[in-house]
Design a protein around this ligand. Structure first.
Ligand SMILES: O=C(CO)[C@H](O)[C@H](O)COP(=O)(O)O
Length: 227
């Protein structure tokens, strides 16, 4: 089965967790696109009434185009469930996110959700985190000094750039620095270090956050209860 099909089956499985009347956080990325397609069909066919809370302008547009009602996080009083993708998930169900530049909003939505589901294809599962570069959203102001500090700490930083060589900008017009660490042995320790570095708006370590992981594979999908 190819990767797109594995993403699709994970998205289609996740949509079963969404019930009438729920307020649902809508993640970002190519896997979430399949969730949105499946959700849009349920809204159209079954008249499912949900409010979507998108984590990116891309997901907001796609949801609206599919007839899904969307609201900003600040216009809802709770979020029942969030379904999002992930860039890498380790054997303890800790994750890296932010490959799609949306991890600040994704983390805000995730921590304000009663439940979190991640949907991935099987290539995202790993023993340890780190072979996927860890994204940091950083303030442009002082970012060259922060970069040097991260380099001195041995974290192998790299500014994320676009095709024209300019900085990739986040929703908040911040920059992204990716840490090419290859292996993250102690994610909680790294989290503490990054939390204490001024200039990092948010990092892409999502620890102890996900409840359910749905992994698309050759045979369909497998669901894990993480916590
Ligand atoms: O964190 C993210 C965006 O910031 C995405 O959830 C992550 O990059 C997964 O995307 P995809 O499903 O396209 O692989």
């Amino acid at each position: 089965m190819d990767k797109e099909l594995m993403k699709q089956v994970a998205g289609q499985e996740a949509v079963k967790y969404i019930k009438d009347g729920m307020t649902v956080g809508l993640g970002t990325g190519s896997t979430v696109k399949y969730l949105l397609d499946a959700l849009g069909k349920r809204v159209a066919k079954e008249g499912l009434r949900i409010i979507g809370v998108p984590t990116s302008n891309r997901s907001a547009k796609r949801a609206r185009d599919l007839g899904i009602d969307v609201k900003s996080i600040d216009d809802v009083d709770h979020i029942d469930l969030t379904v999002d993708g992930a860039d890498q998930i380790d054997e303890n169900f800790q994750g890296i996110k932010g490959g799609g530049v949306a991890h600040l909003r994704e983390k805000i939505v995730a921590i304000n959700s009663k439940k979190n589901i991640w949907i991935v294809d099987k290539t995202k599962m790993a023993k340890n985190l780190g072979s996927f570069p860890l994204p940091l959203e950083v303030t442009p102001y002082g970012s060259t000094h922060l970069f040097k500090r991260l380099d001195d700490m041995g974290y192998q930083p790299q500014f994320r750039t676009n095709a024209k060589g300019g900085h990739v900008l986040t929703h908040a017009d911040n920059y992204i620095i990716d840490l090419k660490m290859h292996s993250i042995e102690h994610p909680h320790e790294l989290e503490q270090i990054l939390n204490n570095l001024t200039g990092i708006v948010e990092h892409g370590l999502f620890l102890d956050m996900v409840n359910t992981v749905i992994v698309g594979n050759e045979n369909g999908s497998k669901t894990y209860q993480a916590r």
